[in-house]
Design a protein around this ligand. Structure first.
Ligand code: FPP
Length: 249
């Protein structure tokens, strides 16, 4: 038995149905901080510690892709000190984690309107992507300054350019043209979408890609989410019957 198989069995999960791609809306950092009498930014720092653990837990369980909503294109309206604090957190997190990510074979990908980020943070993300291109275990995919609608708009702009150039006829446009012009066309759609802190909405996350994802919502705030919560979400996923629009008896 491989290490992954024994970890999966020990967790009571079926090795045959580990989701290939898990996406997470890491919500509830602020509520967690408030409940502890701490500043909101302390909630984000604890959220980063949770994220670090979950990256390696997901990899150990055989998950191939993990996409997390790190900063949405709507988050810029938060108080300036929180936005600056989050930019600083992401920069410092990438700087301190990159060597361990490489050693662990984790490939880093970052999607979103990266050109609008502070230049040092953008450079750090680009360096992490370049340095991990040959890593072949988990792909850790961060959605940063990301919006699902903006992603579709960006894809449509590329397609419209082809139409204007005369290389694509409007009547020939298929779903595959949208899919192949999204930010990470080589990453398969998420099998399982986890949202922490209880809200029942998508918040503009992966709108196109989650068309057939199974959704799991837990009341636990992200800073308190751990390996056992991840296993519970995967166990719930394994009890679902995925139909993709078909009749399944
Ligand atoms: C939502 O909680 C969380 C965020 C907007 C930020 C998520 C960021 C992290 C977990 C740090 C990640 C680190 C890297 C390297 C990406 P909220 O503030 O909306 O919580 P609330 O709804 O309880 O106020």
């Amino acid at each position: 038995m491989t290490d992954t198989e024994s970890i999966v069995k020990e967790a009571g999960l079926s090795p045959a149905r580990i989701p290939e791609h898990i996406a997470i809306i890491m919500d509830g950092n602020g509520r967690w901080a408030k409940a502890q009498g701490k500043e909101r930014l302390e909630g984000h720092w604890q959220g980063y510690r949770t994220l670090k653990n979950i990256v390696y837990d997901a990899d150990a369980l055989g998950v191939r892709y993990l996409t997390v909503y790190g900063f949405s294109s709507e988050n810029w309206v938060r108080p300036e000190n929180e936005v600056d604090g989050l930019m600083d957190l992401m920069l410092r997190a990438m700087q301190s984690e990159i060597e361990e990510l490489i050693e662990s074979g984790v490939r880093v990908r970052v999607s979103g309107r990266l050109h609008e980020l502070p230049p040092d943070l953008r450079a750090e993300f680009e360096s992490a992507m370049n340095r991990t291109t040959t890593c072949h275990r988990l792909t850790f995919h961060l959605a940063i300054n990301y919006g699902g609608r903006a992603e579709v708009v960006d894809a449509v702009r590329t397609i419209a350019q082809k139409v204007q150039d005369g290389t694509l006829a409007p009547a020939d446009i298929q779903e595959s043209h949208i899919s192949s012009n999204l930010y990470a066309p080589d990453i398969p759609d998420p099998d399982l979408l986890i949202r922490t802190a209880g809200e029942l909405r998508l918040s503009n996350f992966l709108l196109w890609e989650t068309a057939y994802s199974e959704i799991y919502v837990t009341p636990t705030c992200w800073p308190a989410f751990d390996r056992d919560h991840l296993i519970a979400a995967i166990a719930d996923y394994q009890r679902r019957i995925r139909k993709f629009g078909a009749v399944v008896e």
